[in-house]
Design a protein around this ligand. Structure first.
Ligand SMILES: [Zn+2]
Ligand SMILES: [Zn+2]
Length: 148
């Protein structure tokens, strides 16, 4: 990844406090900030501080980070009075990626999400479990040649 590309990535700029969007939560690995076009009352994005292109996601070393992102996003929703049952939490499939920097959408309440947005997102959103399942399946395939 060249410096030029890194500098061009909006989410890297946010992680480095170099953007008008300021994270409201962060830890050593990731930041949380508001989506510019919220789909409901709360719509956060959780992004790792390291640049991971979504399409290059599928390696074993990222599984722990994915779990951490989900935990952090959930705790941010819970702290603000959200509940997990009523939330929508998901990653984009690579094809639906708006920004090529891995990020998790955390939306609450899911009941506020417009039909138009849902239709758009149902095409492109995958749950964290699905994503981790895909990563593990790909790993098994690379190791054993057996994609089950
Ligand atoms: Zn980035
Ligand atoms: Zn997104």
């Amino acid at each position: 990844m060249s410096d030029l590309l890194l500098n061009a990535c909006v989410f890297c700029q946010i992680c480095n406090n170099n953007h008008r969007t300021v994270p409201f939560e962060e830890n050593s690995k990731m930041v949380v900030f508001n989506n510019v076009t919220p789909a409901a009352k709360y719509h956060f994005l959780v992004a790792p501080k390291i640049h991971i292109d979504q399409t290059n996601l599928c390696t074993e070393e990222h599984i722990e980070l994915i779990h951490d992102m989900v935990d952090f996003g959930r705790s941010c929703l819970l702290e603000r009075g959200g509940d997990l049952e009523g939330s929508k939490i998901g990653f984009h499939k690579p094809v639906g990626t708006s920004v090529s920097h891995l990020h998790l959408h955390c939306i609450y309440p899911a009941s506020e999400i417009s039909t138009k947005y849902q239709m758009k997102q149902s095409e492109v959103f995958i749950s964290p479990d699905t994503l981790i399942g895909n990563v593990k399946r790909k790993l098994r395939f690379q190791r054993d040649g057996n994609p089950k």
